[in-house]
Design a protein around this ligand. Structure first.
Ligand SMILES: Cc1cc2nc3c(=O)[nH]c(=O)nc-3n(C[C@H](O)[C@H](O)[C@H](O)COP(=O)(O)OP(=O)(O)OC[C@H]3O[C@@H](n4cnc5c(N)ncnc54)[C@H](O)[C@@H]3O)c2cc1C
Ligand SMILES: *[C@@H]1O[C@H](CO)[C@@H](O)[C@H](O)[C@H]1NC(C)=O
Length: 369
């Protein structure tokens, strides 16, 4: 290893930030030997933007990992374990909320095996369910408040990582003077690509398998909701198929209800008819979402008075799933730069972040040794 060559992480979403934490906290890592820099277009306290998925997400831990998908199951389980420990030690100020999660299935009587690993996993007695539900389970899970959680990661990186707002148009621009002004003139030892949907356009990556899965959600103020509810209509189809309706409470009393999954749809603003449809579905799966104090609950939309906003984001989906591997070597001048990809988390970036961050850092350490 050449002394003081920096390590660069592209992206400051949940994937870039957890990758940075695992790198600087990994045993024997010395950031004075290899200064760590994050370069990102978007940073956690920016106004919400559809292109910055991490700040739009619900988010809950509700895996989509197919029973035979060993890697995804491992990443998701590991992340649950890490976050569960954080919640146990720090409570809800971590931005995490522990709750009872109930899943309703329509048109399918199958649940994913991974849910059986959660605490308090139970198959509900069919006779207690409404006629429209074919199968139901409940278990303990977690929800995350993105702004709170991302800011805690920023604090954990303070003094160890330098974070720069910078748009990198291409990996080969890492030696451009506008970039070396930030990261220094020694060419990087390694680069982690944690660019989410940006991996589609970032030069030197331009992964044509990356595509947006648009999601629209509604934020309500409903502090009386302290449990999670999901209805899956039709098969998940090995991933994220079918229609899903969800209710995701947060410690601060905000509740995210959703949602949609529109593949290839780049429309970055809310669609009013979608908002109406989401609110209707949310009431169907959990009528208690209607304010207990509502004086006109027989009108068309008793939820209107608690709507705080409507959010739209692009999940960074990828044909074939997450890309976590060593990329083609990059040469800047005569120096070889190791490239590690960690992007394409689709609708599962929050619930798989720690698992993929640990794998990405291990992948780098192996590639360098
Ligand atoms: C409505 C909705 C609900 C969701 N719900 C859940 C959920 O319940 N559970 C769950 O696990 N996941 C959920 N997700 C998915 C989750 O949000 C994503 O998987 C996750 O945020 C991806 O994180 P990321 O860091 O890869 O991408 P992002 O958060 O999009 O971050 C990408 C980063 O890369 C930067 N970047 C990109 N290109 C460049 C460039 N060329 N130069 C410099 N910087 C660049 C960006 O500025 C940004 O900082 C949801 C998503 C949406 C939209
Ligand atoms: C950056 O690296 C590329 C690829 O080796 C090289 O062609 C280019 O001249 C370098 N630019 C600078 C400013 O050093």
């Amino acid at each position: 290893m050449t002394s003081s060559r920096p390590i660069v992480i592209i992206g400051a979403g949940i994937i870039g930030l957890t990758t940075a934490v695992r790198l600087v906290e990994s045993e024997g890592f010395d950031s004075s030997e290899h200064p760590v820099h994050i370069l990102a277009d978007h940073l956690p306290n920016d106004p919400l933007d559809a292109y910055y998925a991490s700040t739009i997400a619900g988010a809950h831990h509700l895996s989509f990992a197919a029973d035979e998908d060993v890697n995804q199951r491992k990443w998701d389980s590991r992340t649950f374990q890490v976050m569960h420990d954080e919640w146990k030690n720090g409570g809800e100020k971590t931005g995490l909320m522990l709750l009872k999660q109930t899943e309703f299935y329509v048109g399918t009587d199958n649940h994913l095996k991974i849910y059986e690993e959660h605490p308090e996993f139970t198959v509900l007695d069919q006779s207690t369910l409404s006629n429209s539900i074919d199968h139901s389970i409940s278990f303990t899970s977690l929800t995350m408040t993105p702004a709170v959680y991302l800011n805690r990661l920023l604090r954990r990186l303070e003094g160890k990582v330098q974070i720069h707002r910078y748009h990198l148009s291409s990996l080969t621009n890492l030696n451009h003077s506008s970039c070396t002004a930030l990261i220094g003139i020694s060419s990087p030892l390694a680069v982690f690509v944690c660019a989410g949907i940006g991996a589609l356009t970032l030069g030197g990556v331009e992964d044509q398998d990356v595509f947006p899965t648009r999601g629209q959600v509604v934020k309500l103020k409903a502090p009386w909701i302290r449990s999670g509810w999901t209805r899956q209509v039709g098969s998940l189809d090995g991933g994220e198929g079918g229609e899903r309706t969800y209710i995701i409470p947060r410690p601060d009393g905000d509740v995210i209800v959703g949602g949609t999954r529109e593949q290839g749809d780049w429309y970055p603003y809310p669609r009013p008819e979608t908002t109406t449809d989401i609110l209707r579905r949310a009431r169907e799966i959990f009528p208690e979402i209607i304010p207990p104090y509502s004086v006109h609950s027989d009108t068309l939309s008793p939820l209107d008075e608690i709507v705080e906003g409507v959010l739209v984001g692009f999940r960074p989906s990828r044909v074939g799933g997450i890309r976590l591997e060593v990329g083609e070597d990059l040469y800047l001048g005569n120096e070889k730069v190791t490239v590690i990809h960690n992007y394409g988390h689709g609708g599962a970036g929050w619930q798989s972040c720690w698992g993929t961050a640990e794998d990405a850092v291990d992948t780098l350490l192996k590639a360098l040794s």
